[in-house]
Design a protein around this ligand. Structure first.
Ligand code: UDP
Ligand code: MG
Length: 336
């Protein structure tokens, strides 16, 4: 085992002040057991409106292994993870939720697999403790994703997992705006493995993912890793053409051989409304892709750092030094 091995643990936080003390206690205890060092815990405060960042600053003062950055507003979970990957310095990094749904105690197993030569070790959820309708949606989503996407995405795995330095560097090279980290991570390749980890209940506070945001993450996942929906439009169009040709043949037969006059007003209306629905639906699907192209061409950064706390001295990113400001800006406009 490499004695100089340095691990980073990256944790995005959005209004998690109630979880923080317990999170710190358990994560620091885990870090103590990991050989090598000095390790670090990097918190990204994603525009919290509670005291999360103040508490983080206290923690930074007490433990030199802890560092924290705060973003200028709420950019969302995936953007916060991106910020974390850009600022952590370890030889390998574990990405973990800040609500203790991901058990820090699983981290030593990740590290063990890393030392066995794996570049990515992700947690596979063996049991979720969420309400069944949500569990059902997750179940369907992960299977749909696996069926649709071009890269092999592991089933039932979230972002919780370890990445080696070379995987982190590759993920950081990807400039895309709609980030689906677990997908990008699989896409990179090298040696990847999953280990079963139970997904706990949220320690306290509320989930920051509304149904709408979950749907957004799900569509990001699908549209970023698959063009099957567009192909489906072409296939369905071809099928519709086939059916209508058959129908024309039948209509000719009906009129000229059986010598009856055509009927079928209801069928006509049904066909028109059905096909217009299909057309509009796929227009929407194509719109999703076009919208994403538009988002990407704007090339805006994924996040903006407002403040940092902790030892960011030997940082490659020099602009960070300017962001050390003593006082938090008093009023922050909520975004939208
Ligand atoms: N989070 C974040 N920014 C957001 C929403 C969530 O940094 O806009 C963090 C949150 O603090 C938590 C993690 O992302 O540490 C996962 O969020 P949450 O537990 O709300 O999602 P769920 O587990 O319900 O999917
Ligand atoms: Mg959670």
């Amino acid at each position: 085992m490499n004695p100089a091995f340095r691990l980073s643990i990256a944790i995005p936080m959005h209004n998690e002040e109630s979880v923080l003390p317990e999170l710190l206690r358990r994560t620091r205890a885990v870090l103590d057991q990991i050989p090598g060092g000095p390790h670090e815990i990097l918190f990204v405060d994603d525009g919290s409106s509670d005291r999360t960042f103040e508490l983080l600053e206290d923690a930074v003062r007490q433990d030199p292994r802890i560092r924290a950055i705060s973003l200028s507003r709420n950019f969302g979970h995936q953007a916060a993870l991106t910020a974390a990957l850009d600022h952590l310095t370890g030889d390998a990094a574990v990405v973990m939720d800040g609500d203790l749904q991901d058990t820090p105690e699983a981290i030593p197993q990740f590290v063990e697999r890393y030392h066995q030569g794996f570049d990515v070790v992700y947690a596979q959820r063996i049991r979720r403790k969420e309400p069944w309708p949500l569990r059902f949606c997750y179940f369907v989503f992960y299977r749909m994703m696996a069926a649709l996407s071009d890269v092999r995405l592991p089933l039932d795995s979230g972002d919780f997992g370890l990445m080696s330095r070379r995987v982190i560097d590759q993920v950081r090279r990807m400039p895309e705006h709609h980030r689906y980290l677990r997908g990008l991570r699989s896409w990179v390749g090298f040696r990847q493995t999953g280990i079963p980890v139970e997904r706990e209940e949220r320690h306290s506070g509320k989930s920051k993912y509304s149904l709408f945001r979950l749907l957004k993450l799900a569509t990001d996942g699908i549209f970023a890793f698959s063009i099957v929906p567009i192909r489906a439009a072409a296939l369905l169009g071809a099928a519709a053409i086939g059916v209508s040709m058959l129908y024309v043949l039948y209509a000719l037969y009906y009129r000229f051989v059986l010598n009856r006059s055509p009927q079928g007003f209801t069928a006509l209306i049904a066909a028109i409304t059905f096909l217009s629905g299909v057309l509009l639906f796929f227009l929407g699907v194509i719109g999703e892709y076009v919208g994403r192209i538009y988002e990407e061409t704007k090339g805006r950064p994924n996040y903006i750092v407002e403040r940092v706390a902790g030892a960011f001295g030997n940082e490659k990113n020099e602009s960070l030094a300017e962001m050390r400001r003593p006082q938090r800006s008093p009023e922050r406009e909520p975004f939208r």
